[in-house]
Design a protein around this ligand. Sequence first.
Ligand code: DON
Length: 305
Amino acid sequence: MQKILDEAVDYARNFLHQGQPASYIPELAKVNSQLLGAAIVTTEGKTYYSGNYKQHFTIQSISKPIALILALKDRSEQYVFSRVGMEPTGDAFNSIIKLETSESSKPLNPLINAGAIAIDSFIKGETVEDKFNRLLNFFRLLADNNQITYDVNVYKSEDSTGFKNRALANFIKDAGILNGDVEEVLELYFKQCSIKVSCKDIATIASVLASNGLNPFSKKRVCEKHYTRLVKTFMVTCGMYDASGEFAVKVGLPAKSGVAGGIMATVPEKMGIGVYSPNLDEKGNSVAGMKVLEYLSNRLDLSIF
Ligand code: DON
């Protein structure tokens, strides 16, 4: 496995010159764009690493399926899905268009920004701080890593430039979908996106999803099986946004990308994979990261289809 992971990273290095780091969040543009790292965590807890796997980066949208699980635990499936839909959009992750053209103004799914912001408003807690601590502790539990924290500079950068997210949040507040105060929900959302992780952290979370809720290291049940099934399904249909179809054909794994350059992919019953490389394609997915996954999927015959 180690040899194959190293081969996958070597192959993906050929694509490091393609794409660009996200620049709409100024702090993200400061990164060394040539970094490339990968980690595999099997459901038995074996680990394999390659490239710049020690690098930490902000989790960004990879956090969305995890926040969804917490909202489902806090409310119920009926509550959550009466307010947020289950369909892919075919639009960009921060698009506003379907909110206005759909009859109910309901965000189409929990992995686009509008849906994820609504989901954060369902998370329980007395204050924003309480809510964020509950979320952070849930990440720590899934990743089996109590050191996980958030990047204050990225948070501030997102907060001061998040005009589009503010528009989305205000739109769904007006439609009666967002609970509570818009600014407080956005604080939670921006802090959630700024949580700092490594390839191993996201591979461990993906391994929990792969084993239907068991942490590979602590062997504890950290999530209900039903919820892992639910989020894996969303990851297949919406996880790579408007590239989800092509990704399903080429890689065939439930996966979620983030604009810092991470991708979390899960191989049911077998392993979690975490990859990181900051240069993104025009749809916001890591170019070299997708190449690592494509190589591994072909070489190890991992596609679920
Ligand atoms: O809402 C944003 O703009 C970011 N904090 C998260 C977006 C993101 O990661 C989209 N994923 N590819």
